[in-house]
Write a protein that binds this ligand. Structure first.
Ligand SMILES: [Mn+2]
Length: 245
């Protein structure tokens, strides 16, 4: 048994002030200037800003009592990270890949598979190949026609070599110690499907917030719309660092 969080917990906290200062500042300024969020809502402009800030979010979860001292199984399965995308922004995609590389214990990361669902943006062609070829654990797989999210994910799963399959969106940032807690539950019971706490990066101003309502259950209503519902009090855990069903 050993603790892993302490290996990687440093920079997140330090940079959080810089990120929110740099990003939230200009956001408000531009909104005032153009009377609305017209400029800010242009994808290239957002991409420009996303590409210009430090890639490191604060670690809210470290403030939850118990998270810093949790122990995980020493022997965990490794995982293939499958990241489907369609016309994703350059910096958002790189942010996802680099944060996974940076914040996953190397022995637990079998590979990262980028699965391109028939993008037509120029930066996702040769430029992406040239960039990713330098990262030994990353490979790119492409669909032959537009397939949609689920078939794109399945294509990635069909070529994965890791013991566990992890699906990520192509515009996220893996936070401190994100992986061991997920793999730990699967190591204890291989039939487990796990989902982390997913906090929110604001798509207008890159502000970082916890999920609304914080810990909630994912559920589908009768029209199969996904929603988040509160955890019933009878199964609520006293320890907020413990997983819940
Ligand atoms: Mn998404």
């Amino acid at each position: 048994m050993k603790e892993l969080w302490s290996l990687v917990q440093g920079p997140g906290h330090w940079f959080s002030g810089v990120v929110s200062g740099v990003v939230q500042g200009p956001g408000r300024w531009f909104r005032g200037l153009v009377a609305g969020s017209v400029v800010w809502s242009l994808p290239w402009f957002r991409d420009l800003v996303a590409g210009s800030v430090v890639w490191s979010l604060p670690w809210f979860r470290g403030l939850v009592a118990g998270c810093r001292t949790k122990l995980y199984l020493e022997k965990l399965p490794n995982t293939s990270i499958i990241i489907p995308f369609h016309n994703e922004g350059w910096s958002s995609l790189l942010r996802t890949v680099h944060s996974v590389l940076h914040r996953s214990p190397p022995q637990l990361l079998a590979e990262i598979i980028l699965v391109d669902d028939f993008s037509d943006k120029e930066h996702l062609k040769a430029a992406l190949e040239d960039y990713m070829v330098r990262l030994p654990k990353v490979r790119i797989v492409r669909t032959k026609k537009r397939e949609g999210l689920i078939r794109t994910r399945l294509l990635g799963a069909s070529v994965a070599i890791g013991g566990v399959i992890t699906f990520l969106d192509s515009h996220c940032e893996a936070n401190v110690n994100w992986l061991p807690p997920l793999l730990d539950r699967i190591a204890q019971n291989r039939k487990t499907i796990v989902c982390p706490m997913i906090d929110v990066i604001d798509h207008d101003n890159f502000g970082y917030e916890t999920q609304a309502g914080d810990a909630m259950r994912g559920a589908f209503d009768w029209e199969m719309y996904y929603k988040r519902i509160p955890i019933p009090s009878e199964i609520q855990n006293r320890d907020p660092s413990e997983p819940f069903e």
